[in-house]
Write a protein that binds this ligand. Structure first.
Ligand code: DUC
Ligand code: ZN
Ligand code: ZN
Ligand code: ZN
Length: 484
């Protein structure tokens, strides 16, 4: 059964042109003028783009004494409704738990996914078993990325020695390390101080995690990656200090990638002040929202290429779950939603305002991500042979974002009341039309796990440290006798 997307303008990361797209067996089989097939989808007035890839989501994630409220069914349904056709979730072993056992749990949860998915593996503890299992994760399970939390002390956090060991192992395996970069020791101390001083509200969450704490950890992770001779991917880059560290590393020849979130690009710190408790607590996430100056830095990074990706860190909790922290901000589950809104919000605030081009929009929501995760051009491309993960995007369609009409399972939306222009007319997942003019036709279990091969380029990454001061044995004569 062939499908043809007809009359649209194809927009990729580097080209804009008019052509039809023919799909068969879930793949793109032909691109050109005047194509026909068994089914026709009218794309006139629309942009035909690679479906969004969200490289950073937490679905049904065990965290802070509860589980994030969107599971693989509702989360991927929200994704498709917003034009995103693949998500990458984080497999989190409990400290001491086998990585492979944790992966079984994640495999199980993800069988309900309505679009394709992959996993990053988190390194939440360190030991010989982890070192050994990392190899099986890469070579047998198709996972080429390992996440490290530099925050969440006493829970997920790893120390510098553990990060260096894990990053070095990534270099050997051709895998890419990811970091949540915040100085967890300083955050924990700040949190205790704020509580002692009677600051127990959600605004204290922001006070405990200033931009400098993120900048320091980003810089530290970059130096550890350089010493280990491996590239680095910094998740949820939210501030100028972190962006500056990434820019500097890239200028020095390192492959360091930065991932702003749509929330940090469009919502600022005023969400935590002079608002009611629920409003602010619903927006508690780490890192917290920042000032307008930091937002300007992130937008500049997307335009100039020093930041490469826009994600969501979708980790949704209901108001009831947030209220666990009513008398102690440290207990408010950290996380916000955004899967359904990432593309329309970025189009509205990025493309429609002229901050980024349409082609840059495709790059940062899809193509760059596919390249970094080593799944291009199967994903992230409108090319013959690619998976037919496609969004037919109508730039004239608009709506007001509201929890009342969203797919996510939670009872609010952090973008509530915001007007967006640019919405999917159709979203196709491997050729299946899951979204049609707002009608949701997703199929539970349609999503497949996408294997990601290791990268040969990664283990050959330039290390400034190795280039400059590779250890060598120095032969010396005239060594002074011991003693003074
Ligand atoms: N930040 C969040 O806000 N939620 C999930 C994990 C994280 O790092
Ligand atoms: Zn598996
Ligand atoms: Zn994080
Ligand atoms: Zn996250």
């Amino acid at each position: 059964m062939t499908t043809v997307i007809k009359g649209g303008t194809i927009v990729t990361a580097d080209l804009t042109y008019m052509a039809d797209v023919k799909i068969d067996g879930g793949k793109i089989v032909e691109i050109g003028p005047n194509l026909s097939g068994a089914t026709t989808l009218d794309a006139s007035g629309c942009y035909v783009m690679p479906g969004g890839i969200d490289p950073h989501v937490h679905l049904e994630m065990p965290f802070m004494g509860t589980y994030s409220a969107d599971d693989f069914e509702s989360g991927t349904r929200a994704a498709l409704a917003g034009g995103t056709t693949m998500v990458v979730d984080f497999c989190l072993p409990d400290p001491g738990q086998s990585l492979l056992d944790a992966l079984k749990r994640w495999d199980n949860k993800a069988t309900r996914a309505t679009c394709d998915y992959s996993f990053h593996m988190a390194i939440t503890w360190w030991g010989e078993q982890v070192f050994n299992e990392m190899k099986a994760v890469v070579s047998h399970h198709g996972i080429n990325t390992f996440k490290h939390f530099m925050a969440y002390k006493g829970a997920l956090m790893v120390n510098d020695d553990e990060m260096f060991a894990s990053f070095s192992r990534c270099a050997e395996l051709g895998a890419l390390p990811l970091v949540h970069a915040e100085n967890g020791d300083v955050v924990a101390a700040m949190q205790a101080k704020l509580m002692d001083e009677g600051n127990n509200g959600p605004e204290a969450h922001a006070y405990s995690r200033p931009a400098s704490v993120e900048g320091e950890a980003t810089n530290r992770a970059i130096i550890i990656a350089d010493m280990a001779g491996v590239p680095l991917y910094v998740v949820h880059t939210s501030c100028e200090q972190a962006h500056e560290a990434i820019r500097r590393a890239r200028q020095n020849g390192m492959r360091v990638y930065g991932e702003p979130l749509i929330q940090h690009l469009t919502l600022d710190e005023s969400e935590y002040f002079d608002k009611d408790w629920d409003h602010s607590a619903r927006r508690v996430m780490s890192p917290p929202f920042r000032s307008k100056q930091h937002q300007d830095s992130l937008w500049a990074g997307l335009a100039s290429g020093s930041l490469q990706v826009v994600a969501t860190d979708h980790c949704a909790f209901t108001t009831d779950q947030k209220r666990t922290g009513l008398s102690d901000f440290r207990k408010i589950p950290n996380g916000t939603g955004g899967l359904e809104d990432r593309l329309p919000m970025l189009w509205t605030h990025g493309v429609a305002t002229g901050r980024i081009t349409m082609n840059e929009f495709v790059a940062v929501t899809s193509t760059n991500i596919a390249k970094i995760l080593n799944i291009y051009p199967r994903k992230g491309a409108i090319l013959v042979g690619a998976d037919a993960d496609i969004v037919v995007f109508d730039p004239s369609k608009s709506k007001t974002i509201s929890a009342a009409t969203q797919q996510s399972a939670i009872d609010y939306n952090v973008f509530e009341g915001k007007q967006v222009i640019g919405l999917p007319r159709y979203t196709l997942t491997r050729g299946f039309v899951a979204i049609e003019d707002g009608a949701v036709k997703t199929r539970e279990g349609h999503g497949h796990f996408v294997k990601r091969e290791p990268y040969p380029a990664v283990s050959k990454a330039l290390s400034n440290w190795k280039e400059l001061t590779a250890p060598r044995k120095v032969e010396r004569s005239g060594i002074p006798a011991s003693g003074v």
